[in-house]
Write a protein that binds this ligand. Structure first.
Ligand code: ATP
Length: 318
């Protein structure tokens, strides 16, 4: 990537932007703990979550252009609208409005994160766009400033700007890094056919709670945070939890078979990722993850079983 003087800022000084393409890789997220509190008057649920970035990545390339355009390849091509509703376009426009530069870029997405899978692919793409366009336009915002703009686009965007493992509170948009001694965790990711709508899954957990058929809410993430510090996958496996899991399984009963199949294949633990329908399984090590993925793939309970590790960095230029 080379640099050039870009459009001027508020101070009339030209900005140093990139001349060549800017390529950004951004990870998917899973939630090691997803505690869902009551519905707030503003329509959001109060969350206590531990985000964890894993090594399934989307890649966004930004080039200079005369207008704002978006093309894509990979997961969801032909299904995902590339118009003003796309979080990539919305992120580019939000950054342009914030920094008062024209929203001009040719954007291309290589998507590997399954659509509507509970892996926050859309939020990941928004985080990647903020970083790519900030670099392309030379607007020079900090990660924290990009995360603040991202919070207006989606609850998971600030986390995906930062990556790693982090505690999320509020409706997930307030993130603070989890300071654990570095450990790598190995996962099997069971990708489902078709997605689940996040708002629908939240409505379903409210319905199950109103009917008195939902398990007790998980509450704080303290036990998960303590388990992370022990660096023992069996301990971490026992501490994983997701309040949305009963709702996702209620809407998609076949997920119970996926969870059973992963455990039968020898996973330490399995859970629905976020609002689903992706299920993730914790393995002892990388070889164990490969073995579980291969076995899961033969059962036919999921479209695809991938291996991944975490934590990984958030959006970054490659
Ligand atoms: P959430 O972040 O709500 O948990 P998810 O991980 O289940 O969502 P996403 O892949 O982020 O699922 O997509 C949710 C919806 O967001 C999609 O169905 C789509 O309509 C919309 N969307 C907008 N832009 C994008 C994008 N760039 N990638 C994926 N989805 C997008």
């Amino acid at each position: 990537m080379t640099e050039a003087w870009g459009p001027g800022g508020d101070d009339g000084q030209p900005r140093r932007g990139a001349t060549g393409p800017v390529r950004v890789r951004v990870p998917a997220k899973i939630n090691l703990h997803l505690g869902v509190g009551p519905l707030r008057p503003d329509g959001y649920h109060e969350l206590n979550t531990v985000y964890h970035a894993i090594s399934i990545h989307d890649e966004l390339t930004a080039r200079h252009g005369d207008t704002l355009t978006l093309t894509m390849e990979g997961e969801g091509t032909g299904e995902l609208a590339l118009d003003e509703t796309n979080l990539i376009i919305r992120a580019a426009r939000a950054l342009a409005a914030h920094t008062r530069v024209p929203a001009h870029a040719r954007l291309h997405l290589r998507k590997q994160i399954p659509l509507a899978g509970g892996l926050a692919g859309g939020s990941a793409d928004a985080a990647a766009t903020l970083l790519a366009c900030d670099t392309l336009w030379g607007t020079g915002l900090s990660r924290d400033e990009l995360a603040d703009i991202g919070a207006g686009l989606g609850s998971d965007v600030p986390f995906l700007v930062h990556g790693g493992t982090a505690l999320g509170t509020g409706h997930g948009e307030t993130v603070s890094p989890v300071l654990a001694r570095p450990s790598t965790w190995h996962w099997v990711v069971a990708v489902a056919d078709g997605g689940l709508s996040t708002p629908e899954v939240y409505r379903e957990i409210d319905r199950l709670r109103d009917a008195g058929t939902a398990p007790a809410a998980l509450g704080s993430a303290d036990s998960l945070l303590a388990a992370l510090r022990q660096r023992d996958p069996a301990v971490l496996g026992a501490a994983l939890g997701n309040d949305l899991q009963p709702a996702a399984v209620s809407l998609r009963p076949a997920l119970a078979d996926v969870l059973d199949a992963g455990r039968a294949a020898g996973a330490l633990a399995g859970l629905v990722s976020g609002s689903g329908p992706t299920c993730v399984f914790l393995a002892t090590d990388a070889a164990d993850a490969r073995r579980i993925a291969a076995e899961l793939a033969t059962t036919g309970v999921c479209r695809e079983a991938r291996t991944a590790h975490g934590p990984v960095a958030g959006a970054r230029i490659v």
